[in-house]
Design a protein around this ligand. Structure first.
Ligand SMILES: [Zn+2]
Length: 308
């Protein structure tokens, strides 16, 4: 069984072959089926925060002006014969002043995590992809090998060092993080970090380190954060989390130990919870479950339904 999470499963054809055609943007404009997905400083353009929908740019005039003024869209892919490309507008201090975007109206650049769960699945997936790709370009303007400027190639899917003596290629990166629901069959461990909303508890998580398997990362993170030894590490599903650049790899892990030794640098608190406690979570300052668009929530609900 394949389980999918929010920000994935958008049905986008990433059009890998088209990336190599330098004329892709001209061809896409000519078809009249190109939509630009604007991103401004990690924010996506949303039509109306009360009933959010993504706002795409589709005017030929706008697109031609954008290209003429040196903007470089990054190809995202095709969906239902429409071609989508991300457009980074971060260089403008105030995006509503951008003359290329006409009549913003009610639309605003919003943090996708504020409105994500209210969007259609494919819209959330597309906006997350656009945001993640733009963030990578912003952070890789210089070569990590020799420090020279890099330039975008392959429709925004690689950057090449402009120093001919170096020429290093850099590819969009995704940082793997494991996220795991630890349980003993009857109860599970949830922790909380100080910065989270009051009462929110979630599954444990941490980044995978070099030279480490995913199963080893799960065991290490659980031991570091709450002092429990785990076994039976079982994969559940994954979730792209380009906030800014991760993919969350979800697992269940079993333990026979019960005494929590909490690392205060990682967690404010952690505790054992029964199924009844989670099923009856009041969703207030005493106990809130993880946000609805997160794989953490999916792990909790799967455990409550014995679906693992
Ligand atoms: Zn270089």
């Amino acid at each position: 069984m394949t389980r999918t999470n929010f920000y994935s499963g958008g049905g986008l054809d990433r059009a890998e072959l088209l990336r190599r055609d330098p004329a892709w943007i001209t061809l896409a404009i000519r078809t009249g089926r190109l939509r630009l997905v604007p991103v401004w400083r990690n924010h996506n353009l949303i039509s109306n925060p009360e009933a959010p929908r993504p706002l795409f740019l589709d005017s030929l005039d706008q697109m031609e002006r954008l290209l003429a003024s040196g903007h470089e869209p990054f190809l995202l892919g095709h969906r239902e014969e429409v071609t989508f490309a991300a457009l980074d507008l971060s260089q403008y201090d105030n995006p509503s002043d951008v003359t290329v975007i006409e009549a913003l109206g009610e639309a605003n650049f919003e943090d996708l995590r504020r409105v994500g769960p209210l969007l259609d699945r494919w819209e959330g997936s597309l906006l997350a992809y656009a945001r993640g790709l733009c963030w990578w370009h912003q952070r890789h303007g210089y070569c990590g090998v020799c420090g020279s400027p890099t330039r975008s190639e392959n429709a925004g899917h690689q950057r090449r060092c402009t120093n001919e003596g170096c020429g290093a290629l850099h590819f969009p990166r995704t940082d793997p993080a494991v996220i795991m629901l630890v349980h003993d069959g009857e109860r599970c461990v949830l922790g909380r970090q100080q910065a989270w909303p009051s009462g929110m508890h979630s599954t444990l998580a941490g980044f995978v380190e070099p030279g480490e398997s995913l199963e080893e990362a799960v065991a290490r993170e659980v031991f570091e954060e709450v002092g429990l030894a785990v076994s039976d590490v079982v994969y559940h599903s994954s979730q792209p989390w380009p906030f800014p650049s991760s993919i969350m790899l979800g697992f269940f892990a079993r333990t026979n130990e019960h005494t929590l030794k909490i690392d205060p640098n990682e967690l404010e608190s952690a505790a054992w919870f029964t199924r009844d406690e989670l099923l009856n979570a009041p969703e207030d300052d005493t106990l809130r479950l993880p946000r609805r668009d997160s794989i953490a929530r999916h792990l909790v609900t799967s455990w409550l339904n014995d679906d693992f």
